[in-house]
Design a protein around this ligand. Structure first.
Ligand code: PNS
Length: 188
């Protein structure tokens, strides 16, 4: 086969695959900050794979099945988003897909050190894998899964920061006594 034909064939192959990004994380639980990153990434990539890390050592509030269920429900109308879970190294999971980019959201400079170490380690493990950082939109700068869980556990409202489905799941997890639920308006 002539070189120009080979190149044409290769180009055609890539055209069909499209540009794929992996968006790995714990998503314990998913927030509007995460959703904002996925929506903006879809402007750049043809497909985004939301890859939920099982990470049992992080003692997640939601099981991997619960997190998968929530994230799948949230993106059920978004055909270019695939939702999956993985165990073990991210680079091993990425190798099973046709993604070349790992996507991470950055809220503030304080996120940078952790992200920089993770991206550098991943690149050392797999030189083909690049990490792309997206700044979180200003509306969600202060939103993290950790603070969402803390506020919900203490009976604070997290509406508008996480989808309604997540609000309901958090309420189920942190079953508050009826008096407290009435006091903070959970039963309205
Ligand atoms: O939402 P998080 O908890 O900040 O996500 C962190 C995550 C899941 C992306 C990271 O812990 C990860 O990639 N875990 C898989 C294990 C791995 O590959 N570790 C090596 C990178 S330092």
């Amino acid at each position: 086969m002539r070189r120009c034909e080979m190149l044409k064939e290769k180009k055609e192959k890539f055209k069909n695959i499209g540009k794929v990004a992996i968006y790995p994380g714990s998503f314990d639980p998913i927030t509007y900050g995460h959703i904002d990153v996925v929506e903006r990434a879809l402007e750049i990539f043809d497909k985004v794979i939301v890859a939920i890390a099982e990470n049992e050592e992080k003692r997640p509030l939601f099981s991997v099945e619960e997190r998968l269920g929530m994230v799948k429900a949230i993106f059920k109308e978004t055909p270019n988003v695939m939702v999956d879970s993985f165990k073990g190294l991210l680079v091993d999971y990425v190798a099973k897909t046709n993604a070349k980019v790992s996507l991470r959201g950055l809220r503030a400079t304080s996120d940078f050190e952790y992200e920089f170490h993770m991206a550098s380690m991943n690149r050392s493990l797999s030189p083909q894998l690049d990490t792309l950082f997206m700044m979180t939109s200003k509306d969600y700068f202060f939103v993290s899964s950790r603070t969402i869980k803390e506020v919900a556990r203490l009976g604070g409202g997290v509406e508008g920061l996480v989808p309604d489905l997540v609000v309901r799941r958090l309420r189920e997890k942190f079953k508050l006594p009826v008096t407290k639920r009435k006091q903070i308006g959970w039963d309205d």
